[in-house]
Design a binder for this molecule. Structure first.
Ligand code: SF4
Length: 385
């Protein structure tokens, strides 16, 4: 029996050292978003967190797993980040507000980025730069965000940060730079495993709840995890987190959402959704499981899937459920049909979420296709809801 299997077998109810030893990402605040049933993102392993969740569920104690935990290097442990209303911060009122997820292409250069930004900001209100999607190295998103903020100081500019391959000091430097250069938001995620077969997973120091808490320490107090003063002038920066509505079981993801909220997350962005029922289910589960009416801002992630390889990546990595009509169009490789079908689903989704939940903020990704971004952005902005 391998040491991993022994750890799983001997799992005690709340023994965090077991999780750290058995989880490739060393999570201490519940599972990452990579599990599938009881399997880990590395399918050769069992997910130690889901195993613990299932064990505790038998005793009705599963909620005990999901409280914000900070490791011993965090010396400021009692910071209570103030809850912020992002609709108020973004001055949204009743209009639709669109955030564009920018994926840098291989031929990116400052002139191309400048041209792309002109197009994007003709329709979109905000931009968010991705960090190394799927472990593929891209130009550093903070640099792209700083470049953008210099040209468009009044636009909302954000970037993503993952815990993969950055230790807490590196994350502290990145967040401090973002504060200094007036960046508006950071979306913090734990990050994907890199290569399953070679077992070179990447290196983890912090999971997303601790990155969120650390970001709030730096931007709220100007202090790092050890309590050191690192900024004379701290400045408010909005903090986001991710939410995967396709995880099975889904309950741990909902409980974790609450941990991230308490760590200081102001908003959540979902994996791409295509049908309003997916959104409805998350809202209902949040209320039912947590018995809380104070639901955080959950921004629907919306994607145009125009390539079967992107579809396969999302299905395999994140368990995204694509409507069969979109899958059929992708298989036929008929681009106008693909576009038409995607837009049909997106229009229905946006209208229903907007009408049923009063949601006005949408997070759009077209995986680098700027023309498509403009087309979908303009059609959403014209909607009456
Ligand atoms: S799925 Fe994520 S949380 Fe679970 S064991 Fe694997 S890396 Fe850790």
């Amino acid at each position: 029996m391998s040491s991993h299997d022994k750890n799983i077998k001997n799992l005690r109810l709340i023994d965090y050292s077991v999780y750290i030893l058995s989880c490739p990402k060393k999570m201490i605040n519940g599972p990452c978003g990579g599990y599938n049933r009881s399997r880990c993102e590395d399918p050769r392993l069992e997910c130690v967190w889901i195993k613990a969740f299932e064990n505790l569920k038998k005793y009705g104690k599963e909620k005990d797993l999901f409280k914000l935990k900070l490791d011993s290097m965090f010396k400021i442990r009692d910071h209570k980040p103030i809850k912020r209303d992002i609709r108020e911060k973004l001055k949204i009122k009743d209009r639709i507000y669109l955030i564009y997820e920018y994926v840098a292409s291989r031929d990116i250069d400052p002139r191309k980025l400048e041209k792309d930004l002109d197009h994007i900001f003709s329709t979109y209100d905000a931009i968010d730069f991705v960090q190394n999607p799927g472990g593929r190295p891209l130009p550093d998103p903070l640099s792209l965000a700083v470049f953008t903020k210099k040209i468009y100081p009044h636009k909302h500019v954000g970037f993503q940060i993952t815990g993969r391959d950055y230790d807490r000091d590196a994350i502290t430097s990145i967040v401090a730079s973002a504060v200094v250069f007036n960046i508006d938001s950071i979306i913090a995620t734990t990050g994907d495993l890199k290569f399953h077969k070679e077992k070179t997973y990447g290196v983890w120091d912090l999971d997303s709840p601790r990155i969120i808490y650390l970001t709030r320490l730096i931007s709220d107090l100007g202090r790092d995890y050890s309590g050191r003063k690192i900024l004379e002038k701290p400045r408010e920066i909005l903090v986001g987190a991710s939410l995967n509505p396709y995880l099975d079981p889904i309950e741990p993801e909902i409980y974790k959402l609450n941990i991230k909220k308490h760590a200081g997350a102001d908003f959540f962005v979902t994996q791409p959704i295509f049908e309003p029922e997916t959104y409805t289910r998350i809202m209902r589960l949040y209320k039912d499981l947590l018995n809380e009416n104070d639901i955080p801002e959950i921004i629907p992630g919306i994607s145009i899937i125009s390539d079967i390889r992107i579809a396969s990546f999302l299905i395999e990595r994140s368990g995204v459920k694509l409507p069969s009509k979109i899958l059929e169009a992708l298989k036929r490789e008929d681009f106008s049909l693909i576009k038409e079908t995607n837009i049909e689903f997106i229009s229905d989704l946006v209208r229903k979420i907007c009408m049923n939940y009063g949601k006005k903020i949408f997070y759009i990704s077209t995986f680098g296709d700027i023309d498509m971004a403009l087309e979908i952005g303009e059609s959403i902005k014209k909607m009456n809801c």
